[in-house]
Ligand binder design. Structure first.
Ligand code: SAM
Length: 242
């Protein structure tokens, strides 16, 4: 920059997020199981059931990482449907692609994209999902608008994300878990306490249930409903483009 060159405008947050996921990509699934004691599978199952993908539907999974959601959607959408797995991070997508291939799923195209600027035409998808991804996005309002644009009229957006525990005792317990136990486990299992400290911080900073609902309405979604899971530790928000 001393010579007048502008750096590519990537925010500090984006760099940090890229670093975190590039460093954990290979161990990502194991860590998910360890950190959530397997419960993330139940949260994902709930979102998959609520998504209720029908044969022939077009689905985009944003921040799809290793493809847990895309895999189930592709089974439900069947040969006449289309499921696209996307993520901003090439290392995560690489893991995703090979995991899908391991399971014999080869009809899910994989594409690298930023949730803030989803590069598909308006009115393309019946369903767009973002699972444990929105809290990593710098401009969440832009992401919600961009995803909403790409939905067909009548289409739905599903956001699966950490949220705010509904009761004070649970919130306290959960804080201990996030800021003490998580970084310690991150150190032991992946030799990477920092990534898991980042995880805890990003969860704490994320908008709570009602705030996110308002943001989704602001982005143009209707009939937004909130489903609290595990006492509000996680929530699924679903809204429709009418
Ligand atoms: N959806 C998967 C799941 O539930 O297992 C992966 C979730 S993982 C915790 C979060 C993902 O968000 C990472 O793969 C990361 O690369 C991706 N991500 C972060 N910022 C993003 C952005 N701006 N646009 C798209 N993906 C992003």
């Amino acid at each position: 920059t001393h010579f007048g060159f502008e750096e590519v405008p990537v925010s500090d947050k984006q760099k940090r997020v890229a670093g975190v996921f590039t460093s954990v990509a290979a161990k990502y699934d194991v860590m998910n199981d360890v950190m959530s004691m397997g419960i993330h599978r139940i949260w994902k199952r709930f979102a998959i059931d609520l998504a209720a993908v029908r044969p022939g539907e077009k689905v985009l999974d944003v921040a799809g990482g290793t493809g847990d959601l895309a895999r189930e959607f592709s089974k439900a959408a069947g040969p006449k449907g289309l499921v696209v797995l996307s993520d901003i991070n090439a290392a995560m997508l690489g893991e995703g692609r090979s995991r899908l291939a391991d399971k014999g799923i080869v009809n899910v195209p994989v594409t690298q994209l930023n949730a803030e600027k989803v590069p598909f035409p308006d009115d393309t998808f019946d369903l767009i999902t973002i699972g444990f991804g929105l809290r990593n996005v710098t401009d969440k309002d832009a992401a919600l608008r961009s995803m909403t644009h790409c939905l067909k009229p009548g289409g739905r957006l599903l956001v699966l994300e950490f949220s705010k525990p509904l009761s004070a005792p649970l919130a306290k317990l959960y804080d201990q878990y996030s800021f003490k136990f998580l970084p310690l486990m991150g150190k032991l299992v992946a030799n990477d306490a920092d990534s898991y400290r980042y995880l805890a911080e990003s969860i704490r900073m994320h908008p709570d249930q009602q705030t996110l609902k308002g943001m989704m309405e602001g982005a143009g979604l209707s009939r937004v409903q909130v489903y609290n899971l595990t006492g509000g530790i996680v929530a699924v928000h679903r809204g429709f483009k009418l």
